[in-house]
Design a protein around this ligand. Structure first.
Ligand SMILES: Nc1ncnc2c1ncn2[C@@H]1O[C@H](COP(=O)(O)OP(=O)(O)OP(=O)(O)O)[C@@H](O)[C@H]1O
Ligand SMILES: [Mg+2]
Length: 166
């Protein structure tokens, strides 16, 4: 990859390190990682799209401790979206490995893996005929959650968003 991708790992909003794509990001784990948080490790990840002269990502290594925030920064086309798509297996690795909670994503059931990874759905990914609450409730509904649990979770997420914005 000609243009470098950078990763900044932070906890509680404080940036700790900024490194190039050829290095591994290291940061101490927070004293108490949030419940359900898992460490994420990209290990010499390469993605070569068929027919392209150069790989979209080449030997990218990033280590994100459980509960920390990692932000990928780089110019358009440097591979940020490609890196994200590899993590939830929307696209497949050419070489290298990605481990979530110490386990290679390549050995996981792809549907279960994706349901463990939250992401912000925008634009065409949303259901325009449904309310915001119903959009948020889509995956919990697929998972068979009870109505009361879904409502409580939607309410909790709205509240957290409200607290961030206001
Ligand atoms: N499906 C594809 N087939 C071939 N090449 C692709 C494909 N998707 C992305 N690329 C190429 O891979 C490289 C990385 O693209 P990517 O979308 O990951 O960049 P990005 O950092 O997310 O850019 P942006 O900031 O514009 O969103 C680019 O050169 C892009 O043209
Ligand atoms: Mg992108």
């Amino acid at each position: 990859m000609a243009r470098h991708i950078s990763a900044s790992v932070a906890h509680a909003g404080r940036g700790r390190e900024l490194v190039s794509n050829q290095e591994t990001v290291r940061s101490e784990a927070p004293a108490a990682a949030p419940r359900n948080a898992a460490p994420l490790e990209l290990d010499r990840v390469t993605k070569q799209y068929p027919g392209e002269a150069r790989p979209a990502l080449e030997e990218l290594s990033i280590s994100v401790p459980a509960g920390e925030i990692c932000v990928l920064v780089g110019p358009s086309g440097c591979g940020k979206t490609t890196a994200m798509r590899l993590v939830n297996r929307l696209i497949d690795l050419t070489s290298g490995d990605i481990r979530l909670g110490g386990e290679s994503i390549t050995t996981r059931n792809v549907h279960e893996l994706r349901r463990e990874i939250g992401y912000v759905i925008q634009q065409v990914g949303l259901f325009p005929h449904l309310s915001i609450a119903a959009n948020i409730a889509t995956v919990p509904r697929l998972l068979g959650w009870k109505r009361a649990r879904i409502d409580a979770r939607v309410e909790e997420l709205f509240r957290r968003l409200h607290d961030k914005v206001v």
